[in-house]
Design a binder for this molecule. Structure first.
Ligand code: 1CP
Length: 355
């Protein structure tokens, strides 16, 4: 495998000194880029794009051609696991992802098994292998998965939800059944991420997008404990390098200490948490990722730069420990030029903090 030319992102995740703050953006490959929309239209539907490794590779690299990013994230989706478990993922225009077979009962859960990673999910591993070859050591490649709780939300709701009534109803009414579902998902996520690491993913991101909808004790029991199991089950070294793991619970600002105790190398912050306070609370234990409000990208480029400066100053002095990102995914309707300003100002303005 070719030598990594820019390892700022991996170094910052491991608390090693860097010359500038590394930056990547959640959902950096996606609908805000005209070149993405073009290839997406040609592919016809989203799953064709994900499951055709050459296309997934091309889309992964698109943002790197435009911006001086310090990492790439493999183009895929968290819902590939439930799809491979037989739920029948499809996309309804205007409504987002939907499942044909929704999880409603203990019998539905009993039918689920851990998917075969080099069979049903081989397209993800092939996309990673091809992308590692094509990226040629320019920056590291991030692999990812949804957390068991977040995957369960989609599997029980059947698609996006505003109130999570069905999945939370199941959790409160039939906790053992919910644990059985989360258990098989945790086993699947461990196998999935280890296969991604073996295929060449150099860092892992665990998206707990809906953990923040839970109360504290339910968060611990139904989301955090499964992420902890996953962290314990992952191959943390490959090809002579540590594979760092970032854990992101959207809306998890009040639980940062617990998240930092899971054994993750980094914790992702959404924009509602003050990064300076987060650093005081957990920043000696883990690296922090985040956390500019994605809506800042709707403002002028100068305002974007100003907000980048605020986040960097909020994190403050120190040679490492911060990976710049948005507090959640980039919105599809922002102006792509604003990303240029974001990335360039992170690099330019952060230098003084690393001396
Ligand atoms: O029509 C299209 O082009 C589909 C839009 C789209 C895209 C671009 C979906 C459907 N998924 C993706 C790619 C994707 N999803 C990536 C690519 C890599 C990158 O970041 O560039 C990643 C990491 C994800 C992860 C993902 N999918 C999450 C976790 C991160 C987060 O944003 O919280 C979640 C919750 C999903 C589910 C999902 N898939 C797609 C949509 C529209 C959704 C959200 C559904 C909802 O509103 O609940």
């Amino acid at each position: 495998m070719s030598e990594l030319k820019n390892d700022r992102y991996l170094r910052a995740l491991l608390g090693q000194p860097v010359d500038q703050t590394p930056v990547w953006v959640m959902r950096q490959a996606g609908r805000y880029l005209p070149e993405y929309r073009e290839i997406r239209e040609k592919a016809g539907d989203f799953m064709t794009l994900c499951s055709t490794p050459d296309l997934a590779c091309e889309v992964t690299l698109q943002p790197l051609h435009r911006y001086d990013l310090d990492a790439a994230i493999i183009f895929s989706d968290i819902l590939t696991i439930p799809d491979a478990m037989g739920l029948g993922l499809h996309f309804v225009p205007g409504e987002g992802p939907k499942f044909k077979n929704i999880i409603r009962s203990a019998a539905d859960i009993a039918k689920l098994g851990v998917p075969d990673m080099e069979d049903n999910l081989r397209y993800v591993m092939d996309a990673i292998r091809i992308t590692r070859r094509e990226i040629n050591g320019k920056v590291p490649l991030i692999g990812f998965s949804g957390s068991p709780w977040t995957l369960a939300c989609y599997m029980v709701e059947g698609g996006p939800s505003k109130d999570f009534a069905k999945v939370k109803g199941m959790m409160f009414d039939a906790p053992l059944q919910m644990h059985a579902l989360l258990d098989i998902l945790a086993k699947s996520v461990i196998a999935y991420l280890n296969a991604q690491i073996a295929a060449g993913a150099q860092s892992i991101m665990l998206f707990d997008t809906w953990g923040g909808t839970l109360g504290q004790s339910n968060y611990q029991q139904f989301s955090l404990s499964y992420m902890q199991q996953i962290l314990a089950g992952l191959t943390r070294e490959n090809d002579g390098r540590v594979v760092p793991v970032t854990l992101f619970t959207k809306g998890g600002g009040q639980w940062l200490e617990m998240m930092a105790d899971t054994g993750a190398d980094a914790v992702g912050l959404d924009w509602t948490t003050d990064i300076g306070s987060a650093r005081q609370r957990i920043g000696d234990k883990v690296t922090l990722q985040g956390n500019m409000d994605p809506c800042v990208l709707y403002a002028s480029p100068d305002r974007v730069e100003q907000e980048v400066a605020n986040v960097l100053a909020g994190f403050g002095e120190g040679k490492t420990g911060h990976v710049f990102n948005l507090g959640h995914g980039i919105h599809p309707t922002i102006a792509p030029e604003n990303m240029t300003r974001l990335v360039d100002s992170v690099h330019r303005l952060s230098e003084r903090y690393h001396k």
